[in-house]
Design a protein around this ligand. Structure first.
Ligand SMILES: [Zn+2]
Length: 297
């Protein structure tokens, strides 16, 4: 997904020449759809009469064009017909209409696929856009009876194209009302946005908290493992009666040393001693207190 600003930027060039209320509606629509997880691009805003004539020429012969006074326009009979409106006969020519398409999640591909559901909410994205557009006060070309125009959205405030052609303008009160609807929609969209942002922040701190407690747990178990190891070493020192090799000579020497108290050997089991005993005996041995040492060799 692109950011909302990136999505808006894709359509910004289509704002020029639009009636202000249509321009406001267009921005609101892009925003509202984005909040629903649907990216759109505006493919058409204002269309000049010459551009409209060229569009009308698609799928029509030179003779057909001449019949409506368009002999100066190049015919494109091999194309499909895309519009029944020649120059001046489309609401696009007066800035009251826009056409949209889907902007796929890659941010580049434009699609007119009306069944796609990229936000996976079981609603075709196209229908979601139409729903938002209607909430904003747009009429949809898909509802037209004679020539359905699925990408087309417009606001004409009850005026017909021929009235627009005559230069009629919609009533100011109707435009004001339309702006109020769009403003309210935008307020809600911004609330939605800040709610989504708050939710994201909350999730982020939850994840951070989980990561933290994971680290604390890890630290604790490392510490505990160290303590257990130290403890077992200590336990081994206290209970292991296999004397270390370095104490062998000292233990043997004292096994041959009679006690001054009763004449019996100081140690009667030189092959058994705990670490602490072995150390003590070795110190005594180094002090030269064993019998053999005294007697000299
Ligand atoms: Zn259109």
């Amino acid at each position: 997904m692109l950011t909302l600003d990136q999505v808006k930027l894709k359509s910004v060039s289509k704002l020029s020449g639009l009636q202000p209320v249509i321009a406001a509606g267009m921005i609101a629509l892009i925003t509202g759809c984005y909040n629903r997880g649907v990216q759109i691009i505006i493919t058409q805003g204002l269309r000049t009469k010459a551009e409209q004539d060229n569009l009308y020429a698609k799928g029509r012969t030179a003779k057909q064009l001449a019949a409506v006074g368009l002999s100066h326009v190049i015919a494109q009979p091999k194309e499909d017909i895309v519009t029944n409106a020649r120059g001046g006969y489309s609401n696009h020519n007066y800035g009251w209409a826009i056409d949209f398409a889907l902007l796929l999640p890659d941010g580049r591909t434009v699609s007119w696929d009306m069944l796609r559901d990229d936000d996976k909410d079981s609603l075709p994205d196209w229908s979601e856009v139409v729903e938002e557009a209607k909430r904003l006060g747009f009429s949809w070309g898909g509802d037209w009876r004679t020539f359905t125009d699925m990408p087309h959205l417009e606001m004409v405030f009850g005026l017909t194209t021929s009235q627009l052609r005559e230069g009629k303008k919609p009533a100011v009160s109707l435009i004001t009302k339309a702006f109020a609807v769009i403003d309210k929609y935008m307020e809600e969209a911004e609330e939605d946005m800040s709610r989504i942002e708050a939710l994201v922040k909350e999730l982020e701190s939850t994840v951070a908290g989980l990561t933290n407690s994971k680290d604390v747990l890890k630290q604790q178990s490392i510490l505990q493992a160290g303590e257990i190891k130290e403890l077992s070493a200590l336990l081994l020192e206290l209970t292991d009666t296999n004397p270390p090799a370095w104490a062998e000579d000292a233990l043997k020497a004292f096994a041959n040393t009679p006690s001054v108290l009763n004449g019996k050997p100081v140690i009667d089991t030189p092959d058994k001693a705990t670490y602490a005993e072995a150390r003590l005996i070795t110190i005594l041995y180094r002090l030269g207190l064993a019998a053999q040492q005294k007697g000299g060799k």
